[in-house]
Write a protein that binds this ligand. Structure first.
Ligand SMILES: Cc1cc2nc3c(=O)[nH]c(=O)nc-3n(C[C@H](O)[C@H](O)[C@H](O)COP(=O)(O)OP(=O)(O)OC[C@H]3O[C@@H](n4cnc5c(N)ncnc54)[C@H](O)[C@@H]3O)c2cc1C
Length: 429
């Protein structure tokens, strides 16, 4: 089988970017070489699962680590440290080549031939701003450890600023207004972690500022956690209300400025920190693909059941180009953009094409603060819907056991224990 692929890469080298064309046919002499684009859930999991004796694996990604996203919100307030949830890609195995680079174009065209080569596109997606002015400039996303680091710094900055003398009460209140836009699992989990941080640590360190601190969560939908069972989302809603977190649904953010949001029918709302978590949009690399079938919303690459990318002209799958993760979905079997789609990985043994991808929905979990969580496993068992402290233990143990390395399985409980004993670290750097 031959496949004709040209990949253009932007190599990230600290502060500058060098664009180069890489012809894999010059460098790839071994048959069975797989090039994986991305080191997220899709790329990293695939890289681990592949039989290195059958494939010569190369990973290309602008970041040289994997992020265990389910615990990302915990790092944004210091419940866990950043390194508890990252795994380095380089050095993971001596059988894997890693290149820190961003692929900015794939030309499934006619210039180069890569015999027996396979390309896997797992570049994920970007946070969706819906084109609302100012979101990109002033909002904080929560997709990567760098985002979590910036959020953590900003929260502490807001408290330090508000503790200065000479400020009016209104100035303090404005700076200590923490706003989250998006009532999906990420927005809710971040709000819950932030609430814990403020209630258990900041209240001890800045007791005078507690009466001036508030949190608001906005969503355009009528309910938060729309993908969960209604009883569970109502439970979360009530819990948030009781904690003093205001939930404002059916609100449209029209514009974001450096220190306030403009909300339809509400006007200007000052904020100190804005976390934006309203879903996903297409990675520019995916947008740039030509002659590839996309799903109806034109957001994700459509693949056949074996995850092969489909040629738009012939409507047949390309023999050696695959796509998986948030950037792709399967024809007639729409996959959610979640990490759990990788529970049952596609590759068993050496023959990728012999296996069809199967997704088994194992349910959903969300942390809602104060050591409580929601677990909705109604897809597995009708009665498996729970909220409270027991589900929180399940939530913690599930993510602890899913974490990728022994090192992180030791670090995670160690940091949970440190936080429990001494509180979260509020050093700002
Ligand atoms: C805060 C948060 C919490 C979450 N919690 C859960 C949860 O509890 N359960 C769950 O199932 N799911 C959860 N998810 C969703 C889950 O993280 C995603 O579904 C998953 O990360 C998708 O994996 P992916 O590999 O497709 O993309 P990603 O993990 O986003 O990885 C994309 C990779 O591609 C790289 N890349 C990007 N552009 C290029 C390019 N041009 N060239 C080369 N490489 C590129 C990136 O650097 C990255 O390494 C959560 C997500 C977030 C943000």
């Amino acid at each position: 089988m031959s496949n004709k692929t040209l990949i253009r890469l932007a190599i990230c080298h600290n502060k500058y970017i060098l664009i180069l064309f890489l012809s894999f046919c010059e460098t790839l002499t071994t048959s069975g070489r797989i090039v994986i684009l991305g080191s997220g859930w899709a790329g990293f999991k695939l890289m681990r699962e592949l039989n290195k004796e059958d494939y010569n694996v190369s990973v290309v990604s602008p970041r040289n680590y994997f992020v265990f996203t389910p615990l990302l919100a915990s790092t944004s307030v210091g419940t866990l440290e950043f390194r508890c949830i990252t795994e380095p890609v380089r050095g993971y195995s001596k059988d894997i080549d890693f290149m820190q680079a961003r692929c900015d174009r794939i030309d499934i065209g006619t210039k180069f031939t890569l015999d027996y080569d396979k390309l896997v596109i797992g570049v994920g997606s970007y946070s969706n701003t819906f084109g609302i002015p100012g979101v990109k400039e002033y909002g904080h996303f929560l997709k990567d450890v760098n985002d979590a680091r910036r959020i953590r710094k900003r929260v502490i900055e807001c408290f330090e600023y508000a503790s200065q003398s000479g400020l009016t009460s209104k100035q303090k209140e404005d700076r200590l207004h923490f706003v989250v836009v998006g009532g999906g699992p990420t927005g809710i989990e971040f709000s819950a972690e932030l609430y814990d941080f403020i209630a258990s640590d900041m209240s001890r360190l800045y007791p005078d500022l507690m009466s001036k601190t508030r949190m608001t969560l906005y969503d355009v939908a009528p309910h938060i956690l729309g993908s969960f069972d209604t009883n569970l989302s109502d439970y979360a809603h009530k819990k948030f209300n009781r904690k003093g977190i205001q939930i404002k649904t059916q609100r449209h953010v029209e514009k974001v400025e450096s220190d306030h949001l403009v909300i339809r029918d509400e006007g200007n709302v000052p904020y100190g920190l804005l976390v934006w978590s309203t879903g996903l949009m297409q990675n520019p690399l995916v947008k740039s693909l030509e002659n590839v079938v996309m799903d109806t919303k034109k957001q994700r690459i459509l693949t056949d059941s074996k995850l092969r990318v489909i040629d738009e002209t012939t409507q047949q799958p390309y023999p050696n180009v695959y796509a998986l993760g948030d950037c792709a979905t399967i024809k007639d079997n729409d996959l959610p953009a979640t990490a759990q789609v990788f529970n049952k990985m596609v590759v068993h043994g050496s023959d990728m094409e012999a296996n069809c991808f199967e997704f088994k929905n194992r349910g959903m979990m969300a942390y809602i603060g104060s050591s409580e969580a929601l677990v909705d496993m109604s897809s597995v068992h009708q009665l498996a819907k729970k909220s409270g402290h027991l589900p929180w233990l399940l939530w913690r143990s599930a993510y602890f056991s899913m974490s990728m390395s022994l090192r992180n399985r030791m670090l995670i409980p160690y940091h949970w224990f440190l936080t429990w004993c001494f509180g979260r670290d509020i050093s700002r750097f």
